[in-house]
Design a protein around this ligand. Structure first.
Ligand SMILES: NC(=O)c1ccc[n+]([C@@H]2O[C@H](COP(=O)([O-])OP(=O)(O)OC[C@H]3O[C@@H](n4cnc5c(N)ncnc54)[C@H](OP(=O)(O)O)[C@@H]3O)[C@@H](O)[C@H]2O)c1
Length: 276
């Protein structure tokens, strides 16, 4: 019998891919998010018991980020309920270079359950399914001034490994650091997209404080603004400027690079500007 798997963040960038891949393998699934039935909301733990009942294993994509001060309490509570409901395995998506995420990882590692941790760099798909898409569609990027480069991870790779960790036993008790094969500045990343589209995307760098002021003027909520400052100030301070080969070692194939992501994504049409 295949285990019943709960995917938290099932409509998100990693969750939706894992759902598709496990569906293809005929794994029984329960989807977890604020609009699923039953609903799973990180802010409403009174509903979690119903979602976890009967579940054998959980893929955990936390919201908004394991760096958030509430995450440790939420992950602790999730582990307690998992044990109460006889869940056997947890696969945790974590963020590279975040001390608060490491504290959550430790809870999972010490849970007494089977676990795998995927500690990821920034996703390539942030440029097509996340926070950078709007500016690309406007062909006008205003970005905080950064010195560091980032080894963007392709989510097809990350979710191949997540699925492997949910269907095989070889990843039990393993913590993987996931990076793409190349370090790239954000400016170069936007530049590659512009080149592939054969269009101009203007790019202006401004100090982080000015960028945060701009986000406040746009009326972005304070929690998201806090997270964006944290990511640009802490995670992108240069600590993650390295490439590691965990993915290739464990999956036996090279990780996809950003150039490949750009070519594939441009063909999907998601960056095309619809002319009215
Ligand atoms: N983006 C990156 O580059 C990156 C890199 C490393 C690690 N990560 C980690 O990846 C995780 C996912 O981040 P993401 O930005 O890529 O988001 P995402 O997975 O694309 O989207 C968020 C998902 O979470 C659900 N969700 C949102 N708020 C929720 C809540 N309060 N309770 C329950 N579910 C909720 C959403 O569904 P509903 O709206 O329907 O609830 C959706 O399924 C985060 O923990 C992040 O730290 C991200």
């Amino acid at each position: 019998m295949k285990p019943l798997t709960l995917i938290l963040g099932s409509s998100g960038k990693t969750g939706s891919r894992i759902v598709n891949k496990l569906n293809q393998l005929n794994y029984p699934l329960r989807l977890g998010g604020r609009k699923t039935i039953p609903a799973f909301d990180w802010e409403k733990s009174e509903g979690w018991d119903e979602v976890i009942q009967g579940i054998d294993q959980i893929y955990i994509s936390y919201q908004p980020d394991l760096a958030h001060p509430n995450s440790i309490h939420h992950i602790q509570k999730l582990i307690e309920l998992s044990k109460k409901n006889n869940v056997k395995r947890l696969v945790l998506l974590s963020g590279r270079g975040e001390p608060e995420a490491v504290a959550c990882e430790k809870l999972v590692e010490n849970s007494g359950l089977e676990w795998t941790i995927l500690r990821s760099s920034w996703f390539s798909q942030n440029f097509s399914e996340g926070m950078f898409l709007g500016q690309i569609l406007e062909r006008n990027v205003i970005f905080p001034k950064l010195k560091s480069t980032e080894p963007f991870v392709d989510l097809e790779d990350l979710t191949d490994l997540a699925v492997d960790a949910l269907v095989k036993n070889v990843h039990i008790g393993k913590k993987y650091e996931l990076t793409g094969p190349t370090l790239l500045s954000f400016q170069d990343a936007f530049g590659q997209i512009a080149k592939e589209l054969n269009e101009t995307i203007s790019y202006e760098e401004i100090p982080l404080d000015a960028y945060i002021t701009m986000l406040n003027e746009y009326g972005l909520d304070q929690e998201t603004i806090w997270l964006i400052r944290y990511l640009f100030e802490t995670v992108l301070d240069g600590r993650n400027e390295s490439v590691v080969d965990d993915f290739e070692k464990v999956m036996g194939k090279k990780p996809k690079d950003f150039t490949n992501y750009v070519k594939v994504t441009a063909k999907s049409g998601i960056w095309d500007v619809v002319k009215t």
